[in-house]
Design a protein around this ligand. Structure first.
Ligand SMILES: *[C@@H]1O[C@H](CO)[C@@H](O)[C@H](O)[C@H]1NC(C)=O
Ligand SMILES: *[C@@H]1O[C@H](CO)[C@@H](O)[C@H](O)[C@H]1NC(C)=O
Ligand SMILES: *[C@@H]1O[C@H](CO)[C@@H](O)[C@H](O)[C@H]1NC(C)=O
Ligand SMILES: *[C@@H]1O[C@H](CO)[C@@H](O)[C@H](O)[C@H]1NC(C)=O
Ligand SMILES: *[C@@H]1O[C@H](CO)[C@@H](O)[C@H](O)[C@H]1NC(C)=O
Ligand SMILES: *[C@@H]1O[C@H](CO)[C@@H](O)[C@H](O)[C@H]1NC(C)=O
Ligand SMILES: *[C@@H]1O[C@H](CO)[C@@H](O)[C@H](O)[C@H]1NC(C)=O
Ligand SMILES: *[C@@H]1O[C@H](CO)[C@@H](O)[C@H](O)[C@H]1NC(C)=O
Length: 491
């Protein structure tokens, strides 16, 4: 009896429900059911091919009162459009037509497609008061515990990072930090652009993500994620504007993206759970940090990662592992990658290493995990530093394979990069040490097959391999060519 009443009540509160069970739940989650009943419905029905939903509503934010003039806040109208659309039986499309929409945090709901049309830009507010109280929820677009969501349309989401710059500096900009009130301390207290937390089955396609004030796209504890044809631009001098951070998440595909940022471009991390099955294909990357970086948060395992057909341009570090905690990394393939790395400035992570693998304890309390079964296939790089492969006494790297790898060493602007081995964060810090083509320590079962090392004449170091038998065992070297441009020996 009681149960029947509750059900009828729910149907009465939310027009269009009663078709799909999950939609009914969404209306409650949206917390907006009463408002939906009291309003005349403003969305119109939209017929869609039925693979995701049967019939969907089309909710144009302008019909809900959004002005799109770039000056007045459109938060209320846009949120109402999102909530109303989500409340409809099969969900629907929230249409953001051309215009400039200034907004506080918008909360995305299940079963909606946020369609940011080409010519439309959603601008995140630069004021702390426009974001939720907890800094863990500081995002311009925030999806928490949702499913079946898409963000598409060819338009732009802009974090207005330029409004967070206190002082421009060609080495590294000095930024605002919202650290005087609330729960954030330090100099990195700024809002991220888009967050998906505890969500499943969502897509971001055909979008331009511009000037995040902090990390750009943050995917946390999710499953079944597609990021396709997304262009990310963050100022080269702005700190912490990571491209895509994938955290404790399974089954993510990143396809055909273009990422140009100051901080790390693609950054898998684990804090509270493992990360399985991440594939990144056909992407272009430039960064003043690492193009791909594992960690440094590595508290749980990483397994089944593929990086294929990437072009990495003028980055501070190419393919990087910073294993510092108890998780382990295994079954990783990098294939068909062309890259160039160069040295910028010590205020940024990286020293122009094309491949950088480190596994060492963050601090004296840590029992560090391991790295094994990592393949580099069909890689061609031009770099200002050598490959750095470094385990530690408690974490021997195993099963690392280089197959058809061509390493060119250059010195583009005459800056010496060779004077340090970089073990940071933690571990042994920065240690004075000359560079070599392939440096190895605390590693076993390494294979180098069909590898070419080639030095341009202006490079001041030229040691091809460096290792000691005390810390390196089982080294398989087959068909390795080491050469310089200068002496003209026959091949
Ligand atoms: C707050 O951020 C500023 C600017 O980055 C920084 O200089 C300062 O040390 C930070 N203060 C605290 C308490 O974290
Ligand atoms: C990629 O997205 C852009 C808009 O950001 C769009 O103009 C372009 O057509 C998309 N490309 C493909 C192949 O869909
Ligand atoms: C990812 O998969 C692992 C292994 O099945 C599981 O333990 C973990 O909870 C999954 N994570 C998420 C966010 O679903
Ligand atoms: C990872 O992908 C494999 C192959 O598609 C699949 O069998 C496995 O269930 C996936 N793991 C998780 C945790 O989803
Ligand atoms: C080696 O890799 C290069 C790309 O770096 C590719 O063009 C070439 O076909 C590969 N060769 C073989 C034998 O796989
Ligand atoms: C490496 O390149 C060769 C030649 O182009 C290709 O046949 C092979 O499939 C590539 N290997 C991988 C793992 O992609
Ligand atoms: C060496 O590493 C390769 C590649 O990961 C692996 O297939 C092989 O089983 C390893 N060999 C030993 C003896 O561990
Ligand atoms: C590597 O250097 C050689 C000689 O300088 C050059 O011919 C070749 O094109 C370079 N390869 C790449 C991938 O830049």
């Amino acid at each position: 009896m009681g149960r029947t009443i509750v059900l009828l009540l729910l149907i009465a509160l939310c027009p269009g429900i009663g078709l799909v069970r999950s939609a009914r739940i969404e209306c409650l989650v949206a917390g907006d059911a009463t408002a939906a009943r009291d309003r005349p419905a403003r969305g119109s029905e939209l017929e869609m091919p039925g693979h995701l939903v049967e019939s969907r509503r089309n909710c144009n934010v302008v019909d809900y009162g959004a002005k799109g003039n770039g000056e007045d806040f459109d938060t209320a109208a846009m949120q109402e459009a999102i909530d109303d659309c989500a409340c409809w039986g099969g969900g629907g499309r929230v249409h953001v037509p051309p215009g400039n929409y200034l907004t506080a945090t918008l909360f995305l709901r299940s079963n909606i497609e946020l369609y940011v049309e080409r010519g439309a830009t959603i601008y995140g507010s630069p004021a702390q008061s426009d974001y939720p109280a907890s800094s863990s929820r500081w995002y311009v677009l925030l999806a928490e515990g949702v499913h079946n969501v898409q963000i598409t349309g060819g338009g732009t989401v802009d974090g207005q990072a330029d409004k967070f710059v206190v002082r421009e500096d060609p080495k590294k900009n000095v930024m605002v930090s919202w650290n005087t009130t609330g729960d954030c301390a330090g100099d990195e207290c700024r809002p991220r652009l888009i967050g998906f937390l505890d969500s499943t089955n969502f897509q971001l396609r055909d979008l331009y993500l511009h000037q995040p004030a902090y990390w750009c796209l943050h995917i946390v504890r999710c499953n079944e994620v597609l990021v396709e044809n997304v262009t990310i631009y963050g100022d080269f001098n702005t700190p912490n504007n990571d491209g895509i951070d994938i955290e404790d998440t399974n089954n993510t595909r990143i396809v055909g993206c273009h990422i140009d940022t100051g901080d790390d471009a693609i950054c898998p991390k684990t804090y509270a759970g493992p990360l399985y099955n991440l594939t990144v294909t056909d992407c272009w990357i430039r960064t003043k940090s690492s193009a791909v970086k594992f960690g440094s948060a590595t508290f749980h395992d990483f397994h089944g990662l593929r990086f294929e057909r990437l072009t990495i341009k003028d980055s501070h570090r190419g393919l990087a592992f910073q294993l510092r905690d108890g998780g382990s990394i295994s079954d990783v393939v990098f294939a068909n990658i062309e890259m160039s790395t160069r040295y910028y400035h010590p205020s940024w992570w990286g020293r122009a290493e094309p491949i950088y693998m480190t596994a060492c304890p963050r601090d004296s309390e840590t029992v560090v995990g391991s790295i094994s079964d990592v393949h580099f296939i069909n890689i061609s790089s031009t770099s200002e530093n050598g490959v750095f492969i470094s385990g530690s006494a408690g974490s021997i790297l195993t099963g690392v394979v280089f197959q058809n790898v061509s390493l060119n060493f250059t010195n583009a602007d005459g800056v010496d990069t060779e004077t340090f081995h970089d073990y940071r964060p933690g571990c042994r810090g920065l240690v004075p040490h000359a560079s070599s083509g392939l440096f190895m320590e605390y590693a076993s079962n390494l294979t180098f097959r069909d590898v070419t090392l080639r030095w341009a004449p202006n490079v001041k170091w030229d040691t091809p391999f460096e290792f000691t038998p005390k810390t390196v065992g089982r080294l398989n070297i087959l068909n390795v060519l080491s050469d310089t441009d200068s002496h003209g020996l026959p091949v």
